[in-house]
Design a protein around this ligand. Structure first.
Ligand code: AMP
Length: 443
């Protein structure tokens, strides 16, 4: 089948959607996609124990590495659109492979995913396009790292170049610590991802996440978000995959937002085009609002988790059309998302011990969760032989609520969290403290 034969169909077919990935992010994407009446079925490979609680959703057991079986099955199921959630299959070129087999795919090819899978490449990309970011040095050996650290007059951040499941960034408080961090990376802490190290000027300011859906030429922006990476209240303790988030990021005034578009988003899209990268997917801009203006901390080539769970409930039923348009390269750039007049707050419930060692296999009890504007998305869960829901990861579930204001949204999220229990459940009580009245005085 040629690309033309699929894309020239006069009747829009968007019945069978496939989502690749197994996290809370993919479940929330499925939840938003199934809202559209044209969608009959949402398949997930592999999904998780919470996926089939979502309307129209079904998990598929297919090995993504068995390419022949994959293509055969997707053709058999008449998949109309594929959404790839995580960075690893994108970095491995799965989107390119599936596009070559004539599927419509939301997710960048290997060339676009490089924005995430090589931090040094992303820094050079920003340098080429004059996009504001922290100063950096790319080093290829421990010797070179040591010399750069000794010669530097500013505090530095140390980053493994490649993918490291969010663990490859060190924020040392002394030169000694900085050198030890670089040494551990070059000694193979992250395998090949640490063959190159990026040293960066340490910058300061609140962080915000901005998401652009791109079709290779145009883009549209989704609601902004702020997440909480640290394990403990008052944003202290070790870094995690994310303990909660809220949307929109109130800190971004219209004036600031215009600056971000002009100085960061548009130049990123232009530079991708200049480099002949046909980017069809989401670009996640991790930004820091410094005294001298907004700067890019990192790009991701996929939705952030738990920001995705936080913003998906704000999407209207046309969301899936936007993903489809991106996959086909026909966004107008003027599409509007009819977001409800509500904000969204998300709290992540984790296993005791996370992000270090933790036990799994504890039964999860979910009581009466408010069905209105409140969602529970599973991240690390599994089903026992008798169908009992069990913990199966560090971040277990996210509870997301939408309300008129953040105080109400989080009040609702925490009330519903009381309905959820498992041995060793841990969550922060101060998610969204920046936008909740009770905390404004205290923090
Ligand atoms: P990354 O994986 O690059 O997003 O980094 C993880 C976290 O480390 C970010 O969310 C920031 O809080 C922090 N970080 C990364 N780069 C810098 C930097 N140059 N200066 C200060 N903090 C940083």
């Amino acid at each position: 089948m040629s690309i033309n034969s699929k894309s020239s169909q006069s009747v829009r077919r968007l019945e069978n959607i496939l989502i690749i990935g197994n996290g809370g992010r993919e479940n929330s994407l499925a939840w938003a996609i199934q809202k559209n009446q044209l969608v009959k079925k949402v398949f997930l490979i592999p999904g998780n124990a919470g996926s089939e609680r979502i309307n129209k959703c079904e998990r598929l057991k297919i090995d993504l590495n068995n390419k022949d079986e994959l293509v055969e099955k997707l053709n058999f199921l008449k998949i109309d659109l594929i959404v790839i959630g995580p960075e690893i299959p994108l970095a491995n070129g799965l989107a390119d492979f599936l596009r070559n087999k004539d599927f419509k795919v939301f997710g960048p090819g290997k060339d676009g995913a490089k924005l995430e899978y090589s931090k040094s490449w992303a820094k050079e990309f920003m340098q080429d396009a004059d996009i504001p970011t922290a100063k950096f040095w790319k080093v290829n050996s421990f010797e070179e790292a040591k010399n750069t650290i000794h010669a530097s007059s500013m505090p530095l951040v140390v980053k493994a170049d490649g993918l490291a499941s969010g663990k490859g960034v060190f924020i040392p408080s002394s030169k000694d610590e900085c050198i030890r961090a670089a040494e551990s990376i070059f000694n193979g802490k992250f395998g090949n991802s640490g063959n190159v190290v990026v040293l960066e000027e340490k910058i300061k300011g609140p962080e915000v996440s901005v998401f652009a859906l791109c079709d290779g030429n145009k883009y549209i922006l989704l609601p902004t978000a702020q997440d909480h990476k640290r394990l403990n209240e008052k944003d202290k303790g070790p870094n995690t995959g994310g303990m909660g988030a809220y949307s929109p990021a109130k800190i971004l005034t219209d004036e600031y937002f215009d600056r971000i578009i002009k100085e960061i988003i548009q130049p990123t899209i232009d530079e991708l085009k200049k480099k002949n990268i046909d980017y069809r997917g989401v670009i996640y801009f991790g930004l820091m609002i410094t005294k001298s203006g907004p700067k890019v901390i990192e790009y991701n080539c996929r939705f952030g988790d738990p920001e995705c769970q936080t913003i998906m409930p704000l999407m209207d039923q046309n969301f899936v059309f936007l993903l489809e348009k991106c996959s086909m390269g026909n966004l107008t750039g003027n599409e509007k998302i009819d977001t409800p007049d509500m904000v969204s707050g998300c709290v992540v419930a984790t296993s005791k011990g996370y992000p270090h060692e933790y036990k799994t296999g504890f039964p999860i009890k979910i009581g009466k969760v408010d069905p209105n504007n409140c969602q529970v998305f599973d991240s690390g869960t599994s089903l026992s032989k008798n169908g009992e829901l069990l913990t199966d990861g560090g971040r277990v579930l996210s509870i997301v609520c939408q309300e008129k204001n953040f105080d109400k949204a989080f009040e609702k999220a925490y009330k519903n969290l009381k309905e959820i229990n498992f041995d060793g459940i841990y969550f922060r009580n101060d998610i969204g403290h920046q936008v909740r009245k009770n905390f404004l005085k205290e923090y």
